[in-house]
Write a protein that binds this ligand. Structure first.
Ligand code: ADP
Length: 497
């Protein structure tokens, strides 16, 4: 029996394909860059053909590098950039325009109108989300409003909506599938996370015809098989998962209370909250983690807008460092920041503050504040912001975090992770192999076709590379956290002041 599983990791900046063996080891991978299009300030688009073409090229490239053929693959799983919105013709499969990327802010006025109309509470209760341009629903509305005749065509069932998973499944099957999974559906603003179905009231309010919407399936099941043209043979398409939920699965966070943090440009924190959606009192999102035959798992999600980007800022704007990796040695050359704090609220503050008027602040400076202190303050700011979100999650769940599993580009930084453990007073654990998102998709696909039997088996495969134990005493931790809270206060409401 074929024992390899291929993950398609369709991200915002690249399309990647990774082939895993039955032990979760990487056999081969390939990557193609993907362009973003910026038609006006605040707008972000991508070419749907380019999304599909780069993904297919990556998949073929990975097979070639591995010296494998389609028949050697037991299944394919997709992990994808979330919320990005596409509309295409049912008949021809032709996109009606570019994909509107999750980052695109063009529907801000529409969102404001919806909030002013009093929809926020109901939408939050049903979808677990806040009304924001980030999510797909208002992007679909925008397309129907701005493409001549689109509303009528959509009502006649001639147009189809999909997120990137749905688009790839459609293309890989020669147009036979119009399917998404519960994790991707839960990011559309159109999906009721309690009934696990599209929400009739929200569809009516946004005037989005149900006929446009994909069928919602589990994250792990065989949806269909690839067209022979795609990879030279039929391979079962057996998983779809939003990228952040994929990382949560790839980190084997299968039990309630387990959490992962991805340190990239920003941070994405997700905590498994078990079989019931956990409403947040602290500005977090409630989302579907994944759907398995055994049931649906939910998560709380919080994001930090500026994390690794603060290190880029030190490098590109302040020119304090020549490379991101230099930050580690420099920060490690001093025992602390000498009382300095950087609050990198360059674009406001996300969870749990939700302060759009906050701006960056560098405070607590003295004549002795050095380059190393400032660089250290930037690294520590990632840890403080993460701690703020995790404390909000713990408060929502009334439970303490057992450990934090980490990944992403900045998780290579030991100095950051040690400080993270210290400030959280919980172990921080970095796994072997950094490809947690792709691994999550591969695991889900492999589960569907019997490469693996159950999540317990996968949990047994997960290997830690390094564990950072907290070793700061509580007086010191409280002192530092009090300083951080004071620094955040200084940064808040700056624009409005
Ligand atoms: P994204 O997926 O958001 O593009 P990545 O996961 O590739 O991000 O991580 C890149 C980010 O990590 C950059 O913002 C960079 O500044 C930061 N970074 C990379 N290496 C280090 C390091 N050694 N120490 C701290 N930050 C780092």
């Amino acid at each position: 029996m074929a024992k390899y599983v291929m993950a398609l990791d369709q991200g915002t900046t690249s399309s990647r394909a990774i082939i895993f063996d039955e032990f979760g080891g990487i056999r081969a991978s390939a990557q193609e860059e993907l362009r973003a299009i910026y038609p006006q300030p605040g707008w972000v688009e991508q070419d749907p053909e380019e999304i599909a073409d780069t993904q297919l090229a990556a998949a073929r490239g990975a097979l070639a590098r591995a010296g494998l053929e389609a028949g050697d693959l037991a299944a394919i799983g997709i992990a994808n950039q979330r919320e990005t919105t596409l509309v295409w013709e049912r008949e021809t499969g032709e996109p009606v325009g570019n994909a509107i990327v999750w980052q695109c802010r063009r529907t801000a006025p529409l969102c404001e109108a919806l909030r002013d109309g009093g929809s926020a509470e109901a939408v939050r209760e049903k979808t677990g989300l806040v009304i924001d341009p980030y999510f797909s629903g208002t992007k679909v509305r925008w397309i129907l409003d701005n493409l001549p005749g689109a509303q009528a065509r959509a009502e006649r069932g001639e147009l189809l909506f999909g997120t990137v998973d749905t688009w790839l499944l459609h293309r890989l099957t020669g147009g036979r599938l119009h399917v998404t999974d519960v994790s991707n559906a839960s990011r559309t603003l159109l999906f009721n996370i309690h009934s696990l179905d599209w929400d009739g009231d929200i569809l009516r309010e946004l005037r989005i015809p149900r006929a446009m919407l994909p069928e919602v399936r589990r994250s792990s099941e065989v949806y269909g098989a690839t067209d022979a043209q795609a990879l030279g043979g039929a391979v079962p398409l057996a998983a779809c998962i939003g990228d952040q939920q994929g990382a949560l699965f790839g980190q084997a966070c299968f039990a309630r209370g387990m959490a992962k943090n991805t340190y990239g440009t920003g941070c994405f924190l997700l905590m498994n909250t078990g079989e019931q959606p956990a409403p947040s009192q602290h500005g977090l999102l409630t989302t579907v983690a994944w759907g398995l035959p055994s049931g649906t798992t939910y998560a709380l999600e919080g994001s930090v807008f500026v994390a690794g980007a603060a290190v880029q800022w030190l490098r590109d704007e302040l020119k304090l460092i020549a490379s991101a990796s230099e930050s580690e040695a420099l920060a490690g050359s001093v025992p602390d920041t000498g009382g300095a704090y950087l609050v990198p609220a360059f674009v406001g503050l996300g969870a749990p503050y939700w302060d759009a008027e906050a701006r960056g602040a560098l405070v607590g400076l003295t004549r002795g504040t050095s380059r190393a202190h400032v660089v250290r303050a930037a690294l520590e700011s990632m840890a403080y912001q993460t701690a703020d979100v995790l404390r909000a999650m713990e408060a929502d769940l009334s439970g303490a975090l057992p450990e934090l599993r980490v990944d992403g580009g900045a998780a290579v930084n030991d100095c950051l992770l040690q400080f993270q453990a210290d400030i959280l007073d919980a172990p921080v654990v970095r796994p072997q192999g950094a490809e947690t998102t792709a691994l999550g998709a591969a695991y889900l696909a492999g589960l569907a076709v019997g490469v693996w039997n159950d999540p317990e088996e996968l949990a047994g495969q997960w290997r830690e590379e390094r564990r950072f134990e907290p070793r700061m005493d509580s007086t010191e931790r409280e002192r530092l956290l009090a300083g951080w809270a004071k620094a955040v206060e200084r940064a808040r409401g700056w624009e409005g002041a």
